[in-house]
Design a protein. Structure first.
Lengths: 437, 249
């Protein structure tokens, strides 16, 4: 009975918030969770629950999976706004359930913060878990990657549902062994692409075999520590691949899976991995590949994740980068683009970003291609300026501004293509400032 | 052409907090002055380096698990390293490397990882994984005739005891232990510190102190280093000192 009233009150509050045009976000979920931490048990769900977790790419992958299901005519409930902690997921469930906790949908698709997977799915039955990657991320807030992986590994020891794993991330594919009895393991991988290297180019995590501590050997690296690896001692790394992307063509934004070509609106190797995960996931639910192809060809994110805009006549590409790998992916995209361009890098050190900005030294600024000028901004505008200068970029072409407004004004004082990289709390203010031009 | 030779220890393992930036800063400041900078690397599986051949030895911080793997490797070079220290080769040791040069490191579970025992200090982790000294830190540093404020970021669970001569006095942040007044270890040609940031990126005077030490030792002179354009560094320091020190005092 108590849960009935919690949901009733939350629904009334939600209507109130809607009248005032406010988004409840995590707030309503937090209220309900504080009231009853076991409230997840109250929901009556009769459809598959799919979750996506990773350091990078959760929102994009989650939203695209939901989008494919919708295009297939299914009813999907999903936390598309990116509220990915237990409170955010609870908010999404409560907004979409009846007063008795019934949820009517064909699929529930959630992105879940890496550290919250065990919390959220203690009482919700998970059908498929998609794990994309693990990278160093805000070390002063999250701690080392290893402790995070161990928590998910612990949760998976008793999990028997589908597990869609990136075979090329040694920190992800190890999760297959958490529960040796689970036969529902589906690995995905991407064939070596044109910019793959034999030496690691960017900071990475997969150095030692998680099972025998031997140094892993790589045939090639696609980006960061994602690539074809194997343990020379115990053989870890040889997996049977369920979905393999081949013929990766970044210029035409296309790739093949099972001899069938997909085209997307995204042009980085990092996104090809995400798309392969998406296709592996929805294929488990027998979605027609023509529908998948159509849905992915038009799927877009308009929230500063590789968003392309025209501002004052200049093509502007905005990307979020909250950790070294995210930033390195952005730099890769910039370097793989032959056009002349200017870069704006906005770096904040607020609580949600992590106060530690030393991670910017893990960004590979060594060989910037056709970048004519760099503007920096954010609360740590000078730190990022020092970083870029030390990498060898001419300091007379670096312009730091603590004021975002001045930075954006300077950026559009010239006409050229613009790349904008912003970290977590910097992204939306930067986007707003850009859109006001 | 003058040159400095740097040995970078375990670049593939002790690389978690961007500490490699220290070497990039040294290289940048050397090359701007027309001095050649040679960086050689050593990691597990490589041939034993002759530590005395170098002007500067550098090592940074890494993940806990990986650090215990390399501690076993490093201990083979105890005598070689001690000889280099006695020969006045400069050592810059950050975080995990700083700890490894002491007597021992006692981890959260009580396991003792033996150190190189080059110095008398020792480090013990607090028996609560969640408790770490994390945050921005400013210290006041006096190294022979250099007096400057040094700014960085600390992130360590280990508490280091029995420091005979610290690197600096804490103005903001923790230091060797929670709420300590002292940070790091300093002795003639050795700096051990918890400061990431990377350390040298916002402390150009300290970077030049190390460069001058190495050049003077190698070429037996008293070099006056040419000034560089440190505009960004100075603006950054001014901004952060305002933020951390004015609020604190």
């Amino acid at each position: 009975m108590k849960n009935f009233f919690i949901i009733l009150i939350i629904k009334i509050l939600n209507i109130g918030l809607k009248i005032f045009r406010k988004n409840g976000g995590n707030f309503l979920g937090k209220l309900a969770f504080d009231w009853n931490p076991n409230i997840f048990k109250y929901f009556k769900i009769n459809c598959p629950i799919i979750a996506v977790t990773a350091t990078n790419g959760k929102t994009m992958t989650n939203n695209a999976i939901g989008y494919v299901f919708k295009k297939a005519g299914c009813k999907v409930i999903s936390n598309v706004e990116g509220n990915n902690m237990e409170t955010g997921i609870l908010s999404t469930l409560m907004k979409n359930c009846s007063l008795t906790g019934k949820i009517k949908a064909d699929y529930l698709v959630f992105e879940v913060d890496e550290s919250y997977v065990p919390v959220v799915f203690k009482d919700l039955k998970l059908d498929t878990l998609v794990v994309l990657n693990f990278f160093r991320d805000q070390l002063d807030r999250n701690g080392e990657v290893e402790s995070l992986i161990l928590r998910i590994n612990e949760f998976l020891k008793t999990y028997n549902g589908n597990l869609v794993l990136n075979s090329d991330d040694p920190n992800v594919s190890r999760l297959a062994k958490a529960n040796p009895a689970n036969e529902n393991i589906y690995y995905y991988s991407v064939e070596k692409y044109a910019f793959a290297t034999t030496k690691i180019k960017e900071a990475g995590e997969g150095k030692f075999c998680p099972f025998c501590n031997t140094k892993l050997e790589y045939e090639y690296y696609q980006y960061s520590h994602i690539g074809k690896f194997e343990c020379p001692n115990c053989g870890y790394g040889k997996n049977k691949i369920y979905k393999l992307a081949t013929n990766v063509d970044l210029k035409n934004k296309s790739f093949d899976i099972d001899n069938f070509t997909y085209t997307t609106k995204f042009n980085s190797i990092y996104n090809i991995y995400n798309f392969t995960a998406i296709i592996a996931c929805v294929s488990l639910y027998n979605i027609d590949r023509n529908i998948i192809k159509y849905a992915l060809s038009e799927f877009q994110l308009n929230n500063g994740r590789l968003e392309e805009l025209k501002i004052k006549g200049n093509t502007t590409i905005i990307n979020l980068a909250k950790n070294p790998t995210g930033a390195n992916v952005s730099i890769r995209i910039l370097n793989e683009d032959d056009d002349e361009k200017e870069l704006l890098f906005v770096l904040n050190d607020n609580l949600a970003d992590g106060h530690d900005v030393s991670w910017i030294w893990d960004i590979n600024f060594d060989e910037l291609k056709n970048v004519t000028r760099i503007i920096t901004s954010g609360t740590r505008a000078y730190d990022i300026a020092i970083r870029i200068k030390t990498a060898g970029f001419d300091s007379s072409k670096i312009f730091p501004y603590l004021s975002l407004n001045e930075a954006v004004n300077d950026l559009y004082s010239t006409n050229s293509k613009k790349y904008v990289i912003a970290n977590y709390t910097a992204l939306q203010p930067t986007r707003k400032e850009l859109l006001s031009k | 052409m003058k040159e400095l030779k740097i040995l970078y220890l375990y670049p593939d393992i002790l690389e978690l907090y961007g500490d490699f930036g220290n070497i990039q800063v040294l290289k940048y400041r050397l090359e701007k002055r027309g001095i050649n900078c040679i960086i050689e690397e050593y990691t597990i599986g490589d041939l034993e380096p002759n530590f005395c051949e170098y002007d500067l030895i550098f090592a940074g911080g890494g993940a806990d698990q990986e650090q215990s793997i390399l501690a076993k490797d490093l201990i083979h070079y105890k005598d070689n390293i001690r000889k280099a220290i006695d020969n006045n080769v400069f050592f810059l040791l950050i975080c995990g490397a700083y700890q490894l040069f002491g007597k021992y490191y006692k981890d959260v579970d009580g396991n003792i990882i033996p150190g190189l025992e080059v110095f008398d200090y020792y480090t013990e982790a607090i028996n609560d994984r969640k408790k770490r000294c994390i945050g921005n830190i400013v210290i006041d540093v006096t190294l022979n005739d250099l007096n400057t404020k040094v700014i960085g970021f600390e992130n360590h669970g280990g508490q280091t005891f029995n420091i005979s001569s610290p690197f600096g006095n804490v103005l903001y942040g923790n230091g060797n232990k929670f709420g300590d007044t002292q940070e790091g270890f300093f002795k003639d040609n050795v700096i051990g510190t918890y400061l990431h940031g990377p350390l040298l990126s916002k402390n150009p005077e300290l970077a030049d102190y190390i460069i001058k030490y190495c050049l003077d030792r190698k070429y037996n002179e008293n070099i006056i280093l040419e000034n560089l354009d440190d505009k960004f560094e100075n603006l950054c320091r001014e901004q952060l000192f305002n933020q951390f020190l004015s609020r604190h005092n």
